[in-house]
Design a protein around this ligand. Structure first.
Ligand code: NAD
Length: 425
């Protein structure tokens, strides 16, 4: 048997958490809350760390570590994705869970915030191993999941198959099929129309509206997209379809650039065939980090957190950043960007299309009644643009950044729920 000791928390996870705490502290200071409320809002309600013993295909056993953090449950059950990555650690999951709380409150979705993850590189496991890992992880957390308790969804390194296995494991253990325990399921198994591309659709919708409202112009605008996974790929496609020129995209293996605009359909075929944007013949290779510094109208970071930092923020030449990823901009970078006039549409609004349609999926599953794709896309559009209009108007009035404004609205809603519920006992 191979013994795998969980690695120490990465500096990245701690940085991410400290950024999330900083954003909350700033909002709390603006709202004038006392220390008790600050602690209530900052502290996760429940955190679970589980050991996941996995029998590998060759017979040996390895033990992986999984997490689930339920940051806040004051407005409803926990809600948030499951991440499979070798970089996952508890501080990172805490930060991501906290952002889910603010995102759900901002979009007025009746959920709290949660997040989970397993410290594993899923590409190193066979499909059968992955299935055993998912099922054991789900089983270990089973008592703390459920349609009224905590509802996972896909995130980095997981997908609708992961959700199907989670739903099945939970359902078998309970003796009844429970569709509402996860969202982001396959269409044939209680999934919602429009869910797979919902995050990207929301990113593109908000980006186009922001370009228009801020007078940057859509017609010949240029875009760079970092990350070409579930969020980045369709965001690039939607923006390209809307008439923008996507001049650069990247993934963890490489980046390609073409001033005349990349052929997104061709690029998608290349990625489907090779697994990466790297070596795409329709563009020239560039170093991945250069993508963030290109002179574009719109930059969409849609990969991982902490990519726009104190070190590179001054080199960012995009006029508008729309955060497809969670936490791509550190608080120090945020300050620099604000000073140099770069507008940032924050993650808790920009990428909220995913949780919004997850909510629609949960509502449909609970009612056993399915909406059309047109219904879904219309409801997504109305709710996201309402939130955009509210944040933009308030930001214009107060001079606060879009992120500060969004955080104030979200944090105040969660605090109000706490006050109305009171403190038990
Ligand atoms: P994914 O695993 O499908 O794709 C991630 C992409 O980022 C891949 O193309 C990967 O190669 C790339 N990448 C990783 N590190 C990179 C780096 N250093 N430079 C450039 N590219 C890099 O994950 P996803 O679901 O697309 O999630 C991306 C981000 O969006 C995450 O921050 C996630 O939390 C956030 N998000 C996802 C959803 C959703 O519905 N999937 C919803 C809201 C927010």
């Amino acid at each position: 048997m191979t013994l795998r000791t969980p690695q120490a928390h990465s500096a990245n996870g701690l940085d991410t958490l400290s950024g999330a705490h900083q954003q909350l502290a700033d909002a709390v200071a603006q709202l004038g809350y006392d220390d008790g409320m600050h602690q209530t809002l900052a502290t996760p309600r429940r955190e679970m760390t589980v050991a996941i013993p996995l029998r590998r295909d060759h017979g040996a056993v390895e033990v992986f570590t999984g997490y689930r953090v339920q940051h806040n449950l004051s407005r409803g059950p926990g809600k948030g994705g499951i991440r499979f990555s070798p970089h996952v650690d508890l501080p990172e999951v805490r930060a991501l869970a906290m952002w889910m709380t603010w995102k759900c409150a901002l979009l007025d979705i009746p959920y709290g915030g949660a997040k989970g993850g397993v410290r594993v590189d899923p590409s190193e496991l066979s499909v059968a191993e992955l299935e055993r890992l998912v099922r054991r992880y789900t089983s270990e957390l089973g008592a703390f999941l459920g349609p009224d308790v905590d509802i996972p969804a896909p995130d980095v390194g997981t997908n609708e198959q992961t959700m199907a296995w989670m739903m099945d494991t939970y359902s078998v253990n309970r003796g009844r099929t429970t569709l509402g325990v996860v969202t982001g399921k396959p269409l044939g198994l209680g999934g919602s129309r429009g869910r797979a591309s919902a995050t990207s659709r929301g990113v593109a919708l908000i980006a186009l509206r922001a370009l228009e409202d801020l007078g940057i112009g859509v017609q010949h605008g240029t875009v760079a997209v970092q990350g070409f996974g579930k969020v980045g790929r369709d965001a690039a496609r939607f923006l390209n379809d809307a008439g923008l020129r996507v001049v650069a995209v990247s993934d963890q293996y490489g980046a390609v650039h073409n001033d005349r605009g990349l052929d997104i359909a061709g690029l998608i075929s290349h990625v489907d065939a090779t697994g990466s944007v790297d070596l795409y013949p329709g563009g020239a290779p560039i170093p991945r980090e250069v993508l963030l510094e290109l002179p574009v109208d719109l930059l969409v970071p849609a990969a991982v957190e902490n990519v726009i930092t104190e070190e590179n923020a001054r080199s960012v030449r995009a006029r508008l950043i729309v955060e497809g990823a969670n936490g791509p901009t550190t608080p120090a970078a945020d300050e620099i960007l604000a000073r140099q006039g770069t507008i940032v549409v924050p993650d808790i609004l920009a990428n909220a299309g995913g949780v919004l349609v997850s909510y629609f999926e949960w509502v449909q599953g609970n009612q056993s009644y399915w909406w059309t794709e047109t219904d879904i896309n219309e409801r997504l559009s109305v709710r996201m643009l309402d939130a955009w209009n509210q944040i933009r108007a308030s930001s214009e009035l107060t001079g606060r950044t879009l992120r500060e404004t969004a955080m104030l609205i979200a944090v105040e809603r969660v605090a109000t729920a706490h006050r109305s519920r009171g403190l038990y006992p």
